[in-house]
Design a protein around this ligand. Sequence first.
Ligand SMILES: *Cc1c(COP(=O)(O)O)cnc(C)c1O
Length: 440
Amino acid sequence: MNTGSKPDISREKSAELYEKAKNYFPGGVNSPVRAFKSVYGTPLFIQKGDGCFVWDADGNQFIDFCGSWGPLILGHNNAKVREKVTEVMQSGMSFGAPTALENELAELIIKNNKFVEKIRFTSSGTEAVMSAIRLARGYTGKDKIIKFEGCYHGHTDSLLVKAGSGLVTFGETSSAGVPKSFAQETIVIPLNDTEAIKAAFEQFKGEVAAVIIEGIPANNGLLMQDPEYIKSLEQICKENNALLIFDEVITGFRIGFEGAAAYYGVKPDIVTYGKIIGGGLPVGMYGASAEIMGHISPDGGVYQAGTLSGNPVAMAAGIAQLTELLRSGFYKELNNKATEFAESIQRFATARNYKLKVFHVGSIFWMAFTDKDKIQSAEDIDPASMEKFKLMHRELLNRGIYLGPSGYEVGFVSAAHTKIELEKAKRAIFDSLDVVFRNK
Ligand SMILES: *Cc1c(COP(=O)(O)O)cnc(C)c1O
């Protein structure tokens, strides 16, 4: 039986730490969404994580569905990852010279991924995307980039751009500090809209270096695209001598080892990875055919570098994590577990006539407060629905469930979530939904 709204958990220690942090960091954080601006209360300061659990500074325990925003597909503090990292660390932490560990992680990826022949490691997803864009421009000799409203690609200048008015427009900067002239090189169009991309290529004939899309857009809700649409992007890029860039920083190694490209059966020209690839340490990567990658320095004229790129400790974490993912049946088991979880929440909501849709793919899920059967573009999301998320988020924290602190963020099921914890989480979600929909 639902017991109604729960009293708030203690956040005394977190609140204290947050007050202190505000003296040191803008908004008290080192990445904005962590500041809990879209949900109730002060941010929780996390003290430790193990398996599918995290504990905050006040000792509250949560079943975690944020997973450091995606990297922790094996859960927190995985023994294999921890042991490998600890072992490698004994020999020093950075050399700025090549190590065998880079070869080892590269081999694990390239041997098991038909979409990349050569790769370059970076230290974040943002860097990987920024470099992929430069590569596309250097390779094609063209400047303009087409991006989609509702896709996030990190905080690189030319992609901090939102749609202007009209179907096909230059973007408008979505951050202060991005020169207008940069935004002029980025064309922003809606997702899942064949006419818009045709019009963009028509209007900027011969000027487009690349189309960049998230393999499966998962940074602004989970915006599942029609497979035919994704395939049509491959075609239209070919026709226009533009490169197709799949930003698989979330979807890479998540919905399968080869990410969204394999899921759709589409061959992107350049792929970017991040998050999971580093096993919880800072790693990004971009890759392409040997021919395209031949344009990267020192072989080619496109400059890109990094003091800590290919860092041995980060490589070690990636090697340990990806080795686990390659075990036979890994994705099948994880994805089945996550599907069952998402579908049972949907069944509960449907049975009670709650306006909630649980969109999911692989082990990614997104709870949307809507009655639409499909949400495929940014404008399909009703901002007012976020009020319900906010209520749910508080109820869930009070019941020991941690979701990312924004209704636009997806959740992740990890291999460390056992049936028992998923059942507990479901009960907590059901009870929270009862509270949310009774409060309307
Ligand atoms: C997280 C993310 C990025 C940025 O990666 P960082 O490591 O945060 O710089 C880029 N693209 C996508 C699709 C992402 O999800």
